[in-house]
Design a binder for this molecule. Structure first.
Ligand code: NAD
Ligand code: AHE
Ligand code: ZN
Ligand code: ZN
Length: 374
C-alpha cells in the first residue's frame, strides 16, 4: 500500500531571529530513493541556533531545523533497498552515496551527491516534502529533525542497532561524533600527545573524550564559562583554563604551560579570534589546529603566514571526518560496548512544545545538550 500525506507536529522557523513556532504541518510520502521516518528524539546543536540567528549564509526560511536525531523508518519510496520499515536510523547531514568523486577519493567524508539541493533546503528532485496550508516549508541540512515525521534521501540514513536507545544515540547524529571524530579521525591524535580544546560545549566535551581515548598525555580545556569544567575533568581534561583569569593572550599562557605549545588544538566555538589563538598555541614545527566551530557570514580567519611557514598546520573538519553510512553504526556499537557514555551530555530533556527553552538554555550557557523527546 502506498504511503499517504501525514500530519506532523513540527517546530517551524518562520524567520531568522524569531522563536520556533509549533505547528501541524503536512509531510508528503517519500518519493523515489527517499525514506520517511518517525523521529523519536533530537538533540539541539549550536548550529541550529547559528542558522536561526540569521548568521548562516545558507539559512533559508521558513524551515524545519534540527539535524541531531534518531528515528524509525515509517515508509520507503520507490527503489529503496538499504533500509526497511521499522529499521532504526540516524539522519545524516553528510550523506554517503559511495559513487561520487568525493566518496570514491578515500580522502574525505564530504559526499557531494546531493549537496547543492540540500543547501537550498530541498530534496534531490528540487522540491520540498513539508508544507503548511499549502505553503512550502524548507528542509534543513537534509535532516529537519524538529518534526515528528521527516523525509530524507536513502543515502542520508545510517541504519543502527535497534537495541541502542535513540534518546541517547541521536547525539551521534552530530555533536559527539564530530568531537570524537575530529580527534581520532581528522587529527589522529597519538598516545602521549598534548591537546588544547577551546570551547567545552557538546563538541568540545566530545573532543575531550576522544583525546582521553587516544591516551593524550595532557588535555587542556579552555572556556569562558567555569561551570563547564567539572564535567571536562570527569571526562579526562588534565587542565581547565578560563582566559578571563589572565591578562595576556591565551595562546601565550598555553605555550608557556606546555614547553612551546601543544601538539594538537581544536576550536569548538565558531569564533574567528579564538581560531587564531588555537593555531598560535600549537608547537612550532608540527602543531596542528583543527577548526570545528562554524563562523558567521562574512567572517574570516587570519594569522601571520610565518605561523604556517614555521610548521604549524591549520585544518578543518565536518562531522569529524566520519562517513555516516559505513562508519557511524560502529560508533553506536562502541557506545553499546560501554567505550563512552552519552548520558553525561544530556543536561535537559523536554517535549517539542518546549523547544525554545532548549535554545534559551544554550544561550545562557546552562546546558550541554538538550534532547527533545517526541
Ligand atoms: P555549545 O554552545 O554547546 O558550546 C560552545 C562553548 O564555547 C560554550 O561552552 C561556551 O561557553 C564556549 N565559548 C564561547 N565563547 C568562548 C570564548 N571566547 N572562549 C572560550 N570558550 C568560549 O556549542 P556546540 O554545540 O558544542 O558547538 C560548538 C561549535 O561547533 C558551533 O560553532 C557549532 O556550530 C559547531 N559545530 C560544527 C560541526 C562540524 O561538523 N564542523 C558539528 C557540530 C557543531
Ligand atoms: N552553511 C554554513 C556552514 C555550516 C557548516 O559548516 N556546517 C557543517 C556542519 S555543522 C553541524 O553542526 C558542515 O558539515 N559543513 C560542510 C557542508 O558541506 O556544509 C555556511 O557557512 O554556508
Ligand atoms: Zn550539529
Ligand atoms: Zn558521494
Amino acid at each position: 500500500m502506498s504511503a499517504k500525506i501525514i500530519k506532523s507536529k513540527a517546530a517551524v522557523a518562520w524567520a531568522a531571529g524569531q522563536p520556533l513556532s509549533i505547528e501541524e504541518v503536512d509531510v508528503m510520502p517519500p518519493q523515489k530513493g527517499e525514506v520517511r521516518i518517525r523521529i523519536v528524539a533530537s538533540g539541539v546543536c549550536h548550529t541550529d541556533a547559528f542558522t536561526l540567528s540569521g548568521e548562516d549564509p545558507e539559512g533559508i526560511f521558513p524551515a524545519i531545523l534540527g539535524h541531531e536525531g534518531g528515528g524509525i523508518v515509517e515508509s520507503i519510496g520507490e527503489g529503496v533497498t538499504s533500509v526497511a520499515v521499522g529499521d532504526h536510523v540516524i539522519p545524516l547531514y553528510t550523506p554517503e552515496c559511495g559513487e561520487c568523486k568525493f566518496c570514491k577519493s578515500g580522502k574525505t567524508n564530504l559526499c557531494q551527491k546531493i549537496r547543492e539541493t540540500q543547501g537550498k533546503g530541498l530534496m534531490p528532485d528540487g522540491t520540498t516534502r513539508f508544507s503548511k496550508d499549502g505553503q512550502p516549508i524548507y528542509h534543513y541540512m537534509g535532516c529537519s529533525t524538529f518534526s515528528e515525521y521527516t523525509v530524507l534521501p536513502e543515502i542520508s540514513l545510517a541504519k543502527v542497532n535497534k537495541t541502542a536507545p535513540l534518546e541517547e544515540v541521536c547525539l551521534l547524529g552530530c555533536g559527539v561524533t564530530t568531537g570524537m571524530g575530529a580527534v581520532m579521525n581528522t587529527a589522529k591524535v597519538e598516545e602521549g600527545a598534548t591537546v588544547a580544546i577551546f570551547g567545552i560545549g557538546g563538541i568540545g566535551l566530545s573532543a575531550v573524550i576522544g583525546a582521553t581515548m587516544a591516551k593524550a598525555s595532557r588535555i587542556i580545556a579552555i572556556d569562558i564559562n567555569d561551570s563547564k569544567f567539572d564535567l571536562a575533568r570527569q571526562l579526562g581534561a588534565t587542565d581547565c583554563i578560563n582566559p578571563k583569569d589572565y591578562d595576556k593572550p591565551i595562546q601565550e599562557v598555553i605555550v608557556e604551560l606546555t614547553d612551546g605549545g601543544v601538539d594538537y588544538s581544536f576550536e569548538c566555538i565558531g569564533n574567528v579570534d579564538v581560531m587564531r589563538s588555537a593555531l598560535e598555541c600549537c608547537h612550532k614545527g608540527w602543531g596542528e589546529s583543527v577548526i570545528i566551530g562554524v563562523a558567521g557570514a562574512g567572517q574570516e580567519i587570519s594569522t601571520r603566514p610565518f605561523q604556517l611557514v614555521t610548521g604549524r598546520v591549520w585544518r578543518g573538519t565536518a562531522f569529524g571526518g566520519v562517513k555516516g553510512r559505513s562508519e557511524l553504526p560502529t560508533y553506536v556499537e562502541r557506545y553499546l560496548n560501554g567505550e563512552f557514555k552519552l548520558s553525561d551530555f544530556i543536561t535537559h530533556t523536554m517535549g517539542l512544545d518546549a523547544i525554545n527553552t532548549a535554545f534559551d538554555l544554550m544561550h545562557e550557557g546552562k546546558s550541554i545538550r538538550s534532547v527533545i523527546h517526541f
